[in-house]
Design a protein around this ligand. Sequence first.
Ligand SMILES: [Zn+2]
Length: 368
Amino acid sequence: MLSAIEIGTARSKPGEIVYGTFEAVPLPTGGADQLPVIIAQGKSEKGPVLWLTANIHGGEYDGVAVIHHLVKPELLTNLRGTVIALPTLNPAGLRVGQRAAYYLPDKDPNRLFPSLPSLNETDDSTPPSALEQSYERLFERIDATADYLIDLHDYGIRSIPFAFRDPVFYREPRDRTVAVKLQNIVGEMLDALGLTVVNEHSPQKYLKADLHRSVSGSALNRARIPAITIEIGGQRTLNVSHIKAVVIGIQNVMRWAGMLPGPAEPLPNIPVIRPGYPIRRTTHPRVPLACLIHHLVQPGDRLYAGDPVARLVDIYGRPVGKSDGFLRTDYDGFVIGLFPGLAFYPNDAIMGLAIRDDHELVLPVPQG
Ligand SMILES: [Zn+2]
């Protein structure tokens, strides 16, 4: 018999769902923020261990709902292996509907997981915050137990559901084979998921933006666990049709991993972009001047360079700027989400555009 998996106070039991908590940030008023932990295990504990995490951005609720719909008693009937689900990684943010934790308001919590070992880590003179320390302890449990990890987010209220694919870095040439294999497994997971796949920023920008310290970036690049991020819907609201699609998509990943029986189930009617070549995220175009905007495109639309994407107007509704107020894209691409708002300042981006990606997805860590 395999030994039980313990995450905080939750201890796996074959054929059962158990609930517990993982002690996180100690609170000055007593007690601590606790991360809720659910462990669902098949009758035989043999099989892969899938981690599902959500709501590290406290205003992103759809992932919480996905876990609620997925990890319930019916799951046990045919489950092989173990699902470890944490419906929120940021209860302080969830309580107030904010992206960051209120006790660390200026830090993106999804950049606080352990860094790539070979990069210059954060300045030694700054001790880690309590939240960072909590994530480090949680990461140790992920590293020790996970075969796969899926982290759940929300991109925007008017966006398609999609998954981010991260680059895999390696340090020594001899590690390349392992890195290639890892990236291939990520590719298989994404195929099984069935959503649009959008590659993360270019490798330099990825590292500069500390995305290797996101939940999935850290699991992938530090712990070498196949890991992906799913962007479900919009912030501070629930998108029921996207939640349904993502639950089925994750069940299909579990079928691929041998954790559930049967063939893949088709996704319900959501837009899926399959251009036949890799695409990556950008924010484009940006407005050249202060204005109000009217979007002319929809999430999922295919665009060609030169297509108008918005009309820029003044407060009276009169077109402003060049070419009669029409703002055009410089690139071919696909609209992944429209940024909310009406009033924009110079150089504000108005939407997320996925464009053709020619970067390597497996590459050496930059030296120096
Ligand atoms: Zn997020």
